[in-house]
Design a protein. Sequence first.
Length: 120
Amino acid sequence: MKKYQYGGSKKTSKDSVESEMFPGKMIPKSASNYATGKIAKMAKAPKEAAKAAVKSAKPKAEGGKWIQKAIKKPGALRAQLGAKPGKPIPAGKLAAAAKKPGKLGQRARLAQTLKKMRKK
């Protein structure tokens, strides 16, 4: 790391150092970063940081109960489509509803997905 750059068109202060990750870019030199070891952590492989960010960004539903969490209003699709209770929703009606926007389409697409998951 360069401490100072003399000459040239770039103006730098005594409190900045050249970034190891981005050569040519000057970053502020902070005593706290050096004391806590954050500079060493920032120099680690970017893949490790990316993996950690992905893990923290998308937490999975605990216990695999995503289906129960996805269905907020049971029976709402049946009511919207006007299907009779106790009888299956016709596949053609479900396919037509899946093409529509909004909640109706979302519910119909989820119903199609769950239908595929059903054990025969």
